[in-house]
Design a protein around this ligand. Structure first.
Ligand code: NZQ
Ligand code: ZN
Length: 387
């Protein structure tokens, strides 16, 4: 294991009846807050009333900024920054999934600078401070509730870029599994695929020769994310299954899985972000298409870890390394089919003739993420396996 510093400052309140704490937790940072939320699911499931009542009872004045779209866009972030500045808010409250939390993070940083917040995303400026952010999570997927990352799409340039900065950690995140009872089977599965992808990105790009603690931790997270997703799809209001899935998705990208691994990559996300930027594909759906293709491509070059994955996650123990690797990838693909997430570009209604355009778009992010090995040709070769 390499030396590492693990520091995650986000306070988590997990479980039943935690949402009413959002008011007092936010009031600790000030008396006026910008409340960021999505297209309206929180108004249908009662979370909007719970949150606004709690904030008002705690003496927090609310400035609302609803309307965050899935795959959140820069123009809506700009509007939120304008509101935050106009009303001189002390804090930001995010109530939603990863798109809402990421938008709120961008607003929290953009509200404290005069330049375009997009400059942070293209590496032209770095974040020095951000308004305090509190969250109520309503969808188990991105892990944004307990990490310092955010992903925003610039509609004009058709770029979906993301990065991490220590000022973006939420101060407090409230995770009540009942808030996810109304998440559809489709988005439950997408969120599970996203969480699994977060684990696989580190698991397969880890350059350290022997990291048994991290490997077993990550293999266990993949197994439990699949298991809890299966249980939720049997009963959308199974509290324990929703709780297991919610906590598993948070652990999948809160820094813990990467401890001691040194430099790791995010290649599957690199490619998926272009699908979301160009075709507005749901993030988990895009990953469900990219993951098998990328795994097949990489397993042909470094089969060892894929054989370990096949053995330990899916029990594929017989035959040579290449066979165990191929069977493990097939087993994951079969699970995607079982939970009904798309597994090919045509299933996303993306024509194969667009592969060069997608690869061109992804190279832009590869440059920002300093992944020069992801050339247009390599990305095209991987996308040709996602069919
Ligand atoms: O907008 P509303 O009406 O709330 O509907 C949302 C949206 O349509 C709905 N939803 C959310 N909670 C619900 C609900 N519907 C019913 N009941 C609830 N309780 O679900 C839809 C998808 O929501 P969204 O926030 O887009 O999903 P998710 O949480 O998967 O977030 C996806 C975004 O996270 C980013 C992705 O790029 C994508 O933009 N990511 C952020 C990361 C990070 N910050 O670390 C890392 C991830 O890899 C990911 O890139
Ligand atoms: Zn993701």
């Amino acid at each position: 294991m390499k030396n590492f510093v693990f520091h995650n400052p986000t306070k988590i309140l997990f479980g039943k009846d935690t949402i009413p704490s959002i008011g007092s937790e936010t009031a600790a940072f000030g008396k006026k807050a910008l409340m960021v939320y999505g297209q309206g699911s929180i108004k249908e499931n009662g979370i909007y009333e719970q949150v606004t009542k709690s904030l008002q009872d705690a003496g927090v004045t609310i400035v609302e900024h609803g309307g965050v779209k899935s795959n959140p866009v820069l123009s809506h972030v700009h509007q939120g920054i304008q509101l935050a500045k106009e009303h001189k808010v002390d804090a930001i409250v995010a109530v939603g999934g990863g798109s809402v939390i990421d938008s709120a993070k961008a607003i929290s940083a953009g509200a404290l600078v005069e330049h375009d917040v997009w400059k942070f995303f293209i590496g032209k400026k770095s974040i020095k401070d951000a308004l305090p952010l509190t969250c109520v999570l309503t969808l188990a997927a991105s892990g944004s509730e307990m990490n310092s990352g955010m992903v925003i799409t610039n509609e004009e340039t058709e770029q979906k870029f993301g990065f991490a900065n220590k000022h973006l950690f939420p101060k407090v995140s409230i995770l009540d599994p009942r808030a996810t009872f109304t998440v559809s089977p489709q988005y439950t599965a997408y969120g599970s695929v996203d969480a699994i992808a977060h684990v696989l990105e580190y698991y397969f790009t880890n350059q350290e020769p022997y990291t048994p603690v991290q490997d077993h931790f990550m293999e266990g997270l993949v197994i439990s994310c699949m298991d809890s997703c299966n249980r939720v799809l049997k009963n959308l209001e199974d509290y324990d299954a929703r709780a297991d899935l919610m906590w598993g998705a948070t652990l999948a990208l809160n820094g813990m899985t990467g401890a001691g691994l040194g430099k790791v990559g995010f290649p599957m996300h690199l490619i998926e972000h272009s699908l979301s930027a160009l075709y507005n594909v749901a993030h988990g759906a895009g990953l469900s298409v990219v993951i098998p293709g990328w795994m097949i491509y990489q397993a042909q070059r470094t089969p060892e870890k894929f054989a370990q994955f096949g053995e330990r996650v899916f029990g594929k123990t017989s035959g040579p390394m290449e066979k165990k690797a191929a069977e493990g990838i097939q087993a994951l693909l079969s699970w995607f089919v079982k939970v009904k997430t798309p597994t090919s570009l045509p299933a996303l209604h993306i024509p194969l003739k667009d592969i060069p355009r997608i690869a061109e778009n992804a190279v832009g992010l590869a440059k920002v993420w300093r992944m020069p090995e992801y050339t247009k040709e390599k990305i095209e070769d991987i996308l040709k396996l996602c069919v």
